[in-house]
Design a protein around this ligand. Structure first.
Ligand code: SF4
Length: 457
């Protein structure tokens, strides 16, 4: 009973978050930046902030995360961090020679009012950014938004590099949102099967799931190249997967370079994947190949095989908005009942969307944006569930309430392998179903009396 003090009675809270269901903005910005080939993320703030961002990503992705910091001390905190940042550009390009530096701000640099575009301009004028190298920047104060906002802000900053040539490249931009590196790989596999040329950005595959070769590479082989980012302005369209993570960047490309965009849900589960494939088919004018139809049929087959065990099982969910929207729709499509849904990321649109998706459910739904794990726990005490799906922070609640937990989302700090097993697309749907059913059946095996303990289930 680690959370034994969580009361069942829910009282109104306005200015207090307990056990947040989010983390800080720069972590998202840093993850996005790692999806550019040859990029060194840079945290404009204190060393402590940068250490936290790096360690959180390292603990989830089980890879060393390289990043630089402006190393604010008392002086920079009072007089501003301009000198630190321009000095940092000089050091970084001299010592590490990245293609690009992606700077994000922190609570401290935002509070003292550092003006990132102005500092960058000054650094260019003073020759601190070598010819042919790039610096992009995103404002990511962590006292607003969440890691999701930070991710979105950095992806939007990437669109600054878009440079139209006047000639279309015949490709489709895909902004995958915050998904695992293996999910990005899976999206590329699907688009390749469809015969559609794409520019996926950001792309952390080959960066945060790269092979162990015994040779250290500061900048791994993966990531979207600068040339590809430039070329996004010449693409025939953009598919943004997720309103919270990807839409701002897609709309910016549309506004700036007239690249039409469509915002879709992340392709988790059958229906959202169908919509993704359909959007690809339409935008690129191609046919859906037999191989993809087979994968779809396999997912439908597994759903029908497993459906009897899922029927009306209640689920509590915590995570990020784009993932939760698609997962909620998927759970409903297999006749499960998501009854408590919390994201730490703000946005009333999230609550509205979840209410629309769950409108026909036979159970009442609790949903909260800018919520926390404490509230989710209280809801679960009042209305118990059969399953909890969340990141690792849900394990305390799962233990206290004796509910099976499926670890899904960010961060997962106590299990391994998630960077290798995609959950997007039809293949990913198979994995999700297998994880859900295994959790339910393991619990049944644990709890069944000997007279009902069956070999065949
Ligand atoms: S001070 Fe702000 S930016 Fe730094 S680690 Fe904490 S929340 Fe993140």
């Amino acid at each position: 009973m680690l959370l034994r003090h969580t009361p069942k009675e829910i009282s109104e809270r306005k200015a207090l978050t307990i056990n947040p269901a989010k983390t800080c903005q720069p972590i998202g910005a840093m993850y996005a930046a790692l999806g550019i080939h040859g990029c060194l993320p840079h945290s404009h703030g204190s060393q402590g902030c940068c250490a936290y961002h790096r360690s959180t990503l390292t603990r989830h992705y089980k890879e060393p995360i390289s990043a630089a910091t402006s190393s604010f001390t008392e002086g920079a905190s009072v007089f501003g961090g301009q000198a630190n940042l321009t000095q940092a550009f000089n050091n970084i390009f001299t010592v590490y020679n990245p293609e690009i530096v992606a700077v994000h701000t922190t609570c401290l640099s935002e509070t003292i009012g550092d003006d990132l575009p102005q500092i960058r301009k000054k650094a260019i004028t003073e020759g601190k950014i070598p010819e042919g190298k790039y610096v992009i920047g995103a404002s990511t104060p962590s006292y607003v938004g969440s890691h999701v906002t930070g991710f979105s802000n950095m992806v939007k900053a990437m669109t600054e590099l878009a440079e139209p040539t006047g000639k279309k490249n015949g490709k489709v931009n895909i902004i995958p949102g915050w998904v695992e590196p293996c999910d990005m790989e899976e999206l590329k596999r699907l688009t390749k099967l469809m015969g559609v040329g794409t520019i996926l950005f950001p792309d952390t595959s080959g960066v945060l799931n790269s092979p162990l070769t015994g040779e250290y590479k500061m900048f791994p082989a993966g990531g979207t190249t600068i040339a590809e980012l430039k070329s996004t302005a010449d693409s025939m369209g953009t598919l943004a997967l997720g309103e919270w993570c990807s839409a701002d960047a897609a709309r910016q490309l549309d506004k700036q370079h007239k690249v039409p965009c469509k915002v879709l849900d992340m392709p988790f589960g059958l229906k959202a994947t169908d919509r993704f494939i359909e959007a690809l088919r339409t935008i690129a004018g191609v046919n859906v190949p037999e191989e993809i139809m087979t994968e779809r049929g396999q997912l439908v087959d597994l759903i029908s095989d497993m459906h009897q065990y899922f029927y009306h099982k209640k689920v509590a969910l915590a995570g990020d908005p784009d993932q939760l929207i698609a997962m909620t729709e998927f759970l409903i499509s297999i006749d499960m009942c998501p009854v408590h849904i919390v994201t730490g990321t703000p946005g009333k649109k999230f609550e509205k969307r979840i209410r629309e998706i769950t409108a026909d459910m036979p159970f009442e739904v609790n949903v909260k944006a800018k919520g926390d794990f404490f509230l989710l726990h209280q809801w679960m005490k009042n209305e118990p569930v059969d399953l909890l799906i969340s990141n690792t922070y849900g394990k305390y609640i799962a233990r206290d309430e004796d509910v099976p937990l499926i670890r899904w989302g960010f961060p997962i700090l106590d299990r391994q392998g998630h960077q290798y097993f995609p959950t997007v697309g039809y293949k990913g749907g198979l994995r999700l179903l297998e994880k859900i059913l295994s959790a339910i059946m393991d619990r049944k095996d644990r709890d069944d009396p000997e007279t009902k303990f069956e070999l065949v289930l």
